[in-house]
Design a protein around this ligand. Structure first.
Ligand SMILES: NC(=O)c1ccc[n+]([C@@H]2O[C@H](COP(=O)([O-])OP(=O)(O)OC[C@H]3O[C@@H](n4cnc5c(N)ncnc54)[C@H](OP(=O)(O)O)[C@@H]3O)[C@@H](O)[C@H]2O)c1
Length: 364
């Protein structure tokens, strides 16, 4: 039996819980008994020693569910301790929060849990902490740490890089557009919308964070760049990265309303730049470039008729050059966000663990 605790029941969490409810019975027919014993939110939790039944999982996915207030337990550790007492072949934690959980991830891996995370924050902690986590995961035998969805959501970029590096290929450069929000905004601007209107529309369509400055700061792109750089063996630190922010310095503080009120004036230079570039068949993209020695994140001018220039809206694209893919690069392109595609890949990570574990046990 695979016992699962899920942290986070937001957009991705609820889609994931629904997908688990749908796949439980078919998995059981294949001999995999996957049970969710705990679901932990910021303020409340759900625990069931027999495994939460499918009807209840669907209720949670629909935003209902009978949760117990979190102040009745100390924190997620209490739920995981309770679940740890349940006899299972494997215990698995799925982190679908955006919390700085590196210490918890390390503790869980050391205690013998598998961890699957869509949460980027633990992977961009200091290199010392990151290295300790990965070392424990490597030394843990069949215990696994999977984080496919932290970059590119459902797109298979992390697993591809890991298998290239693992098979001895040398990745020379990754260039990528990884922000759906910035992709949408830049596409709208090149079609003539003002930057301020494009940012507002991205918020209204739910592409951006509630405070769009979070996306415009470039920090989320930088986190993804650092995660990939570390897969290639980089020891870079997040705090040392140069990140080009699209938030005018004068608007970094203040309410979201103040930000939107001042943005048209403060971003006129961006509108002018798009206009001038349009006349020359060029445009702007927010890109990252990762090499074994460096990580760069910021706005770049590209030909409109180039691969990155032709990207439209929130699409992501990764162009990977390596020793084996030197002349023609490896390209991965598709939607880089979305609850369903992300949840499906989190589930694929979980099933990878389940299959590997079952296989390992069958071998023993
Ligand atoms: N959305 C995407 O397309 C996408 C793609 C790839 C990766 N991701 C990553 O996936 C993660 C989840 O994204 P999301 O869009 O689902 O975010 P979200 O809707 O904001 O959900 C986050 C959830 O985390 C929970 N949470 C916060 N603090 C917690 C704590 N201390 N313990 C337990 N739960 C806690 C919140 O619980 P309450 O509901 O109780 O407040 C909320 O349900 C993020 O790290 C995000 O970067 C998202």
């Amino acid at each position: 039996m695979i016992s699962v605790v899920i942290l986070g029941k937001g957009t991705v969490g609820r889609a994931f819980i629904r997908q688990i409810a749908d796949i439980r019975a078919p998995l059981l027919e294949r001999g995999i008994d996957l049970r969710v014993h705990g679901i932990v939110g910021k303020t409340n939790f759900l625990f069931c020693a027999e495994g939460i039944d499918e009807e209840c999982l669907r209720d949670v996915a629909d935003g209902r569910g009978e949760f117990v207030a979190r102040d009745e337990v100390q924190d997620a550790a209490d739920v995981t301790e309770a679940v740890r007492g349940i006899h299972a072949d494997h215990h698995l934690i799925v982190d679908l929060t955006a919390e700085p959980n590196i210490a918890a991830h390390t503790t869980w891996i050391r205690a013998g849990w598998h961890v699957v995370t869509a949460n980027k924050h633990p992977l961009v902690a200091s290199f010392r902490e990151y290295d300790a986590l990965m070392t424990h995961a490597r030394r843990g035998g069949d215990r696994m740490y999977r984080y496919s969805t932290t970059v590119g959501a459902g797109l298979p970029i992390i697993s591809t890089l890991q298998s290239m590096v693992g098979a001895g290929d040398e990745v020379l450069e990754i260039r990528a557009a990884v922000s759906g929000t910035l992709g949408f905004i830049f596409s709208a601007c090149e079609e003539g919308m003002t930057f301020a209107d494009a940012v507002r529309e991205a918020k209204e369509r739910g592409y951006s964070e509630p405070d769009p400055r979070e996306d415009l700061s470039g920090k989320d792109v930088a986190r993804k760049a650092l995660i990939m750089a570390r897969v290639l063996g980089s020891r870079a630190e997040f705090d040392d990265m140069t990140i080009e922010s699209l938030v005018p310095e004068s608007l970094e503080r203040g309410t979201v309303e103040d930000f939107f009120a001042a943005l048209p004036d403060a971003s006129r230079h961006i509108d002018d730049r798009f206009r001038a570039l349009r006349e020359r068949g060029r445009t702007l993209r927010y890109l990252l470039t990762v090499t074994p020695e460096s990580v760069r994140v910021g706005v770049e001018e590209v030909e409109k008729e180039s691969d990155f220039g032709r990207l439209h809206g929130p699409e992501n694209m990764f162009v990977v050059r390596s020793r084996h893919y030197a002349t023609v690069p490896l390209v991965i392109r598709g939607p880089g966000a979305g609850a369903e595609v992300t949840a499906a890949r989190v589930l694929a990570d979980l099933l990878h663990v389940a299959m590997q574990s079952t296989f390992t046990h069958a071998q023993v």
